[in-house]
Write a protein that binds this ligand. Structure first.
Ligand code: NAG
Ligand code: NAG
Ligand code: NAG
Ligand code: NAG
Ligand code: NAG
Ligand code: NAG
Ligand code: NAG
Length: 302
C-alpha cells in the first residue's frame, strides 16, 4: 500500500512500517537511512506514538488511532486506485489525490480503448491459473477477469465446465490438458517462496505433461507471472503494492502479453517462455528525494 503514500509525497512523514518486507526502492532507502522503522505488529502499544496508523486488515482489534485502509477489498482495478482519495482526505491533500487518480483513470480508460480495438478481429483466450497442493485452479476473481477483459482477452472459464483440476486424478489431468490446448496466453499466479527459481520448467512440471506440443501459448512464447518486481531475494512482490495504486501499468503489461509489439518493457509481468528474470528491488534503486511525490507513470496512449 506504500505506493499510495509515495504518490502523495507522504513518504517523509512515514515513521513506521509493520510489514516484514517491502518491494519499494525508496521505502527501503528510508528504512536503511533510519527515517522509518520496522514495527513489531504484535506489540500494539508501539502504535500509540504515531498520529495515524493505516491498516489494511480490518479484522484486527482497532485502537483509536487506527484508520482502516483497504484498497484490496475492492474488486475492480480503478476502484482500488481510487483509495488514494481517502488517504488524501487524511493528509489534507485532496486536490493532489484527485489529480493523481484522474491521470491514472484517464490513462487506464485510454489503454482499454486501444486494447478493445486490437481485439476487434480476434480475442486471445487467456487462462489465469494457480497451482496449489496438486490442484490447478482457474481464477474466478473479478479483479483478474476484469483485467483480462480490459486488455482485450477472453477468460477461459467462460467455456469450461469446472474451475479446479486435481493433477493426481487422470480424468482431471486429461481435461486440463485439453483446455490448455485451446489457450493463447497463460498467466501462472502460483504462490511460491522462491519466485526467482520459478521458471517455465516449473510450470510444465506442475502441469504434469510430457508432450507440450499442442500448447500454443508455449509455441507462441506467452507464459507469464506477475512477480517481476520483488524485494531483493524475497517473495515480497510489488504486485501487491505498486500495482494496486497504478492499475494502468498492469493493463499496459497485459495488453503487451495479449497483443505483443515487442516494443514495450513490462513492469509487473515477466514472460517465463522467454526466460525473463525477476527485477531485484534494492534501496539503491531509489533515484529521487523520498520527500517528493512520485509521479504516476502515464503510458503513451492515443
Ligand atoms: C514481536 O513481539 C512479540 C510479542 O512481544 C515477540 O514474541 C516477537 O518475538 C517479536 N518479533 C520480533 C521480530 O521482534
Ligand atoms: C486429488 O486426487 C488424489 C488421488 O485421487 C486424492 O488422493 C486427493 O485427495 C485429491 N486431492 C483433493 C484436494 O481432492
Ligand atoms: C504465499 O505463501 C506464503 C507461505 O508460503 C504465505 O505466507 C503468503 O501469505 C502467501 N501469499 C498469498 C498472496 O497467498
Ligand atoms: C501465435 O500468435 C499469432 C498472432 O498473435 C497467431 O496468428 C498464431 O496463430 C499463433 N500461433 C499459435 C501456434 O498459436
Ligand atoms: C540481495 O540479496 C542477496 C542474497 O541475499 C545478497 O547477497 C545481496 O547483497 C543483496 N543485494 C542488495 C543490494 O541488498
Ligand atoms: C535476483 O536475486 C536472486 C537472489 O539473490 C538472484 O539469484 C538473481 O540472480 C537476481 N536476479 C537478477 C536479475 O539480478
Ligand atoms: C517502438 O517504439 C518507438 C518509441 O515509442 C516507436 O518510435 C517505434 O515506432 C516503435 N516500433 C514498433 C515496431 O512499434
Amino acid at each position: 500500500m506504500l505506493n499510495f503514500f509515495q504518490l502523495l509525497g507522504l513518504l517523509g512523514s512515514l515513521k513506521g512500517i509493520t510489514a516484514d518486507s517491502v518491494a519499494s526502492p525508496c521505502v527501503l532507502k528510508l528504512c536503511e537511512g533510519g527515517g522509518a522503522e520496522m514495527i513489531n505488529k504484535s506489540n500494539p502499544q508501539q502504535f500509540q506514538q504515531f498520529s495515524a496508523n493505516f491498516i489494511s486488515n480490518t479484522d484486527l482489534a482497532q485502537a483509536c488511532n487506527f484508520a482502516s485502509f483497504a484498497p484490496t477489498s475492492e474488486s475492480l482495478p480503478l476502484q482500488r486506485a481510487e483509495w488514494i482519495k481517502y488517504l488524501g482526505v487524511y493528509a489534507n491533500l485532496e486536490y493532489k489525490a484527485n489529480q493523481v487518480y484522474n491521470a491514472v483513470k484517464e490513462n487506464y480508460l485510454c489503454l482499454a480503448r486501444v486494447a478493445a480495438s486490437k481485439a476487434s478481429s480476434v480475442k486471445p483466450t487467456v487462462a489465469w491459473m494457480e497451482y496449489n497442493d496438486n490442484i490447478w485452479s482457474f481464477t474466478t476473481e473479478t479483479l483478474k477477469m476484469k483485467y483480462v477483459e480490459d486488455a482485450g482477452g477472453e477468460n477461459v472459464d467462460e467455456s469450461i465446465g469446472k474451475i479446479t483440476y486435481n493433477t493426481s486424478n487422470p480424468d482431471d489431468l486429461e481435461q486440463l490438458h485439453a483446455i490448455l490446448c485451446t489457450v493463447d496466453v497463460v498467466i501462472d499466479g502460483t504462490n511460491t517462496s522462491d519466485p526467482t527459481g520459478y521458471t517455465m520448467s516449473t510450470f510444465v512440471e506442475n502441469v504434469g505433461v510430457a508432450d507440450t506440443s499442442c500448447f500454443a501459448f508455449l509455441a507462441n512464447q506467452s507464459l507469464w507471472r506477475y512477480d517481476k518486481r520483488l524485494q531483493n531475494a524475497s517473495n515480497t512482490l510489488d504486485w501487491f503494492d505498486g500495482a494496486v495504486s497504478q492499475p494502468q501499468l498492469v493493463l499496459a503489461d497485459l495488453t503487451e502479453a495479449l497483443f505483443p509489439t515487442g516494443n514495450y518493457t513490462t513492469t509487473y509481468f515477466r514472460n517465463l517462455a522467454k526466460e525473463e528474470s525477476v527485477v531485484n528491488i534494492t534501496a539503491d534503486m531509489c533515484d529521487r528525494d523520498t520527500s517528493t511525490a512520485l509521479e504516476p507513470t502515464i503510458i503513451p496512449c492515443s
